[in-house]
Design a protein around this ligand. Structure first.
Ligand code: GAP
Length: 516
């Protein structure tokens, strides 16, 4: 765990130091859980969005995109259930004045039991060496089984009180489990209460409740309210999908773990409208499709897993998370939800407008069912960065071992695709040739020209921002119009003609390589 936290700390400081993410309004000491994307960060984030958009919209004839507004008619949020049910249970500690989510406190209690289990496993592993069968040990050791049962019982009880909105039940659990403030050890708690996560704002000159608007807490509702508009204007037939990328806002009580849980974040969502009764088939299909999308980025299978929801949201009849192994453990990266006809039916009832589909094969109207895929762009960014960032021992220019920090991003996602480097800064013939190559390549993809410091240091700088290719202009270039092309991962240097650089790099950074 300590090692994982070190890795996470390194990732956070790398993001700042190398221009990927800054704290918002840092000169005023920042705003909690709000972040700005820095010059390389915005390029990587845009590439992730493009990868999602192309695979969801461009490659599916039956999925179209929209870009709906953040502000919507306030009835939207009444119909969707967010006004009444988009709550987190919070509790305050009277001594420390700190505020916590009740479910996080109880989960934290279970994590401590889990840590004890892991400690026992580690001890046994050390004792029995190579012959140790971990799965068998976990399945048969009495102490482990008792502890696991305790975790399962607590989590089942938590799921029940959460889905019932049972505040007394939550208070009883906090008391019975003798849960203390993780920072101060105080058990002096207030009663738990529900806290709505939507940010509200005011419309124009209208004062009072009438002008109250919300910043959207999910992009999905912009899709639901446009269902009929999109279906009619694009003449799509069920099954079809509507996709969208956009900002969402949640007043998270405990905003933590860097960009994992933010108050302003970006979602990439797709609502797939299907014939009622076929939703589970589509749910399974989208689970598989989305998992493959993650694997195509080179994330190993053991870093990804499905986690079925025990506690279903008010709109869902089935839901699963794709969890990713972040440096702080497995956490939700994407949600796939079978949302039934809940949203369209509720909007229909509150607006008085029909949100139905005429099925020409059945010769009847129905409200379609919806399977949703919903991924946080920022979480995807964090997952991608955490998997890519590593320290590696490689030979330096003299053939000796040295350590480099490298960001092994998939080449199509890298912020800078190619850096152009003259071997020496003070040789005009080299710098002008390198500049000419850069000025040509910059029309094809994001490139960088760098002449400062020794060539080895420049390579390391490009490694740290994930640049997959470096083109070096040396004295041979002036003779034979060839350059060296250095590969970030293999460190192999190829000699290639200048007029082939664009084509070779273009082929290697093409997003098609991910789709293949
Ligand atoms: N429309 C369904 C929906 O919004 P969700 O599970 O609440 O479902 C979907 O959110 C995804 O949005 C999550 O899997 C996560 O990647 C991202 N997300 C949710 N809350 C977030 C937050 N506070 N900060 C960053 N990403 C968040």
């Amino acid at each position: 765990m300590a090692q994982q936290n070190e890795a996470f700390k390194k990732l956070v400081s790398h993001c700042k130091e190398y221009g990927f993410i800054y704290q918002s309004s840092e000169i005023y000491d920042g705003l909690a859980a709000v972040y700005d994307y820095a010059p390389y960060g915005v390029l990587l984030k845009n590439n992730l969005k493009q990868y999602w958009w192309k695979s969801m919209v461009q490659l599916h004839e039956n999925i179209v995109g929209i870009d709906a507004s953040i502000l919507m008619h306030p009835k939207t949020w009444k119909a969707s259930g967010h006004v009444d049910a988009f709550n987190d249970p919070l509790i305050d500690n009277k001594d420390s004045k700190k505020r916590y989510r009740v479910d996080h406190l109880i989960e934290g209690y279970c994590e401590k039991i889990e840590a004890k289990i892991n400690k026992d496993v580690a001890k046994a592993k050390k004792k029995f060496g190579e012959e140790f069968d971990e799965a068998q040990f976990r399945a048969t050791n009495g102490r482990i089984l008792d502890r696991q049962k305790r975790i399962d019982d607590i989590m089942a009880r938590l799921a029940k009180v959460m889905s019932d909105g049972d505040m007394e039940g939550m208070a009883a659990m906090i008391e019975e489990l003798e849960i203390k403030d993780p920072e101060t050890g105080s058990a002096n708690w207030t009663e738990p209460r529900q806290f709505n996560l939507m940010f509200s704002t005011q419309l124009g000159s209208v004062a009072g409740g009438d002008g109250k608007l919300y910043l959207r807490p999910e992009t999905a509702q912009g899709i639901f309210v446009n269902f009929s508009n999109v279906q009619k204007t694009t003449r799509q037939k069920v099954p079809f999908g509507i996709a969208q990328i956009g900002k969402a806002f949640r007043n998270e009580i405990v905003a933590r773990q860097f960009i994992f849980r933010m108050r302003e974040f970006e979602q990439m969502e797709m609502q797939f409208f299907v014939k009622p009764g076929t939703e589970m088939e589509w749910y399974e299909k989208w689970k598989e499709t989305r998992l493959n999308w993650h694997k195509a980025l080179g994330h190993p299978a053991e870093k990804l897993r499905f986690h079925d929801h025990a506690n279903l949201a008010h709109y869902a009849n089935a839901a699963v998370d794709i969890e990713f192994q972040f440096p702080f453990g497995f956490r939700e990266l994407e949600g796939i939800h079978s949302r039934t006809d809940f949203d369209l039916t509720e909007h229909q009832a509150l607006s008085g407008k029909k949100l139905q589909y005429f099925d020409p094969e059945l010769n009847e109207n129905y409200v379609p069912y919806v399977v949703e895929t919903s991924i946080g762009c920022d979480r995807m960014f964090l997952a991608t960065m955490s998997h890519a960032l590593m320290d590696e021992t490689v030979p330096d220019a003299d053939g000796k071992d040295s350590t480099r920090t490298v960001l092994k991003l998939p080449a199509p996602l890298a912020p800078i695709k190619c850096a152009v480097l003259p071997l020496l800064k003070n040789k005009e013939a080299l710098t002008s040739k390198a500049r000419a190559i850069f000025n040509d390549l910059k029309f094809a993809f994001d490139c960088q020209y760098d002449e400062k410091d020794a060539i080895g240091r420049r390579y390391r700088r490009q490694d740290a921002i994930g640049t997959p290719f470096c083109v070096t202009v040396d004295f041979d270039t002036l003779e034979d119009n060839t350059v060296t092309l250095r590969d970030r991962d293999t460190l192999k240097q190829e000699r290639i003609p200048v007029d082939k650089v664009e084509q070779i790099v273009r082929e290697r950074v093409d997003m098609r390589n991910l789709f293949a």
